[in-house]
Write a protein that binds this ligand. Structure first.
Ligand code: TZP
Ligand code: MG
Length: 206
């Protein structure tokens, strides 16, 4: 279940960017992103399905697209995988549906959840929010860099994705604490005219 996790893992947000998922993917890919998560918390299922389908149809062969929360949509569209939260269906169930080759990641927000996630059939574990974030409604408590270091130790070689308030400025400290990759929303998307440029800049510092 090894897979090559890039250093920057952008997540789409239609409210913040004002753009469809497909258009965000296009801009992120033109900036060099190779793994992108489509995250939709508001739109109707049918609308998200159509937008995700458009993103997947135009996907490059070197780009992998992961669907947040919705294993059904990932399965129906043959996406590259699914990203599950603590209240989504169990990882084992998603693995049964999507198969061995799917990329499955899980969100964790404290070290007990990291311990459990480390024993699940996942390809990576996301941990955060590492810093304050304005992007997620009702975010979990900030975990900080010390807990991130502990998460690294718990997971040994399992890929660790840090999330929450990560910017070009603080990313070096996040990598130094042991993250393999950083998942980011606002820092790449808040200026929609600069998505490709900011992605390129971010990739350069990693
Ligand atoms: N999960 C934990 S923090 C977060 C999610 C989805 C939001 C991250 O967004 P940003 O803008 O990179 O802080
Ligand atoms: Mg979720």
């Amino acid at each position: 279940m090894q897979f090559d996790l890039p250093r920057v893992y952008p997540i789409t947000d239609t409210l913040l960017s004002g753009l469809s998922h497909a258009e965000q993917v296009k801009r992120l890919v033109s900036g060099g992103a190779t793994l992108i998560q489509l995250r939709e918390k508001r739109a109707a299922s049918r609308q998200f399905y159509g937008d995700a389908k458009a993103a997947l149809t135009t996907r490059d062969s070197n780009v992998r697209l992961i669907i947040n929360d919705r294993t059904d949509i990932a399965l129906a569209l043959k996406a590259d995988g699914v990203h599950l939260g603590q209240s989504d269906i169990p990882v084992e169930a998603a693995r049964r549906l999507l198969g061995e080759k799917a990329i499955i990641g899980v969100s964790t927000h404290d070290l007990a959840q990291v311990e459990l996630a480390g024993r699940m059939p996942v390809n990576y574990v996301a941990f955060g929010p590492v810093f304050e974030t304005a992007t997620k409604g009702n975010p979990d408590r900030v975990v900080g860099l010390n807990a991130l270091r502990e998460a690294r130790a718990i997971l040994s070689s399992l890929p660790l994705v840090a999330i929450g308030g990560i910017t070009i400025a603080n990313a070096p400290a996040v990598f130094a604490a042991g993250a393999d990759s950083v998942a980011t929303i606002a820092t790449l998307l808040s200026d929609p005219s600069r998505i490709a440029e900011n992605t390129r800049r971010f990739l350069k510092v990693t």
